[in-house]
Design a protein around this ligand. Sequence first.
Ligand SMILES: N[C@@H](CCC(=O)N[C@@H](CS)C(=O)NCC(=O)O)C(=O)O
Length: 216
Amino acid sequence: MAKLDFYFSPGACSLATHICLEEAGATFTPKPTYTRKGQTRTPEYLALNPKGKVPMLVIDGKVLTENTAIITYLNRSFPNAKLLPAGDALAEAEALAFIAWCASGIHPVMGRFFGPQNFCDMPDSADNIKALAAKATAANFALVEKALAGKDWVFGTWSAADAYIFVFYNWATKLGLDMSACPNYGKHFERMQQRPAVQRAMAREAEAFAAMDKAA
Ligand SMILES: N[C@@H](CCC(=O)N[C@@H](CS)C(=O)NCC(=O)O)C(=O)O
């Protein structure tokens, strides 16, 4: 079995990969790397991942980045975990399409809440940026809400798509967004927290968060 080093920042989008590692039952070394402390921007980290982002999975010394790619790798390496729907090329591609949309559609819009100054540096523009981000996020969440209608999980049975949308609901609660239009999504968030793999990932992230102040 390959040696896995998992670089993550507590609460960041790396939580999607973190949950998948736990769901897969993978043995890995957690490497907390705090975005808030600029630890993804150090020369050492950039030498591994010039994008300066988490998640990063180092597999027998080889660097893999991007949630979508890491999840695809984990799905192939731990087939029993069924991180993506198995045995049907189209079903697998549909799940990957959903996950790619999480990474390219939902995540960048929500990123505007956390760093409005990265999108526009005109004075007093932050509130407008956040208001537009709230509107676009609500439109994205309406699609997630529809995807969950009458189902426990996005693709019927649990998949990595569920791990990814869990990250965004978690952010929405931290940001205090109004989620009243998304009851299915709210129940999904509760259902996710009952999964032992999610509990293990969340506990490790809470532990890493608590240790953040002590980290260099
Ligand atoms: N498309 C990437 C997004 C990665 C990303 O934006 N990660 C953020 C945390 S949510 C990060 O590492 N930010 C640190 C920085 O930009 O310095 C993926 O899905 O893996």
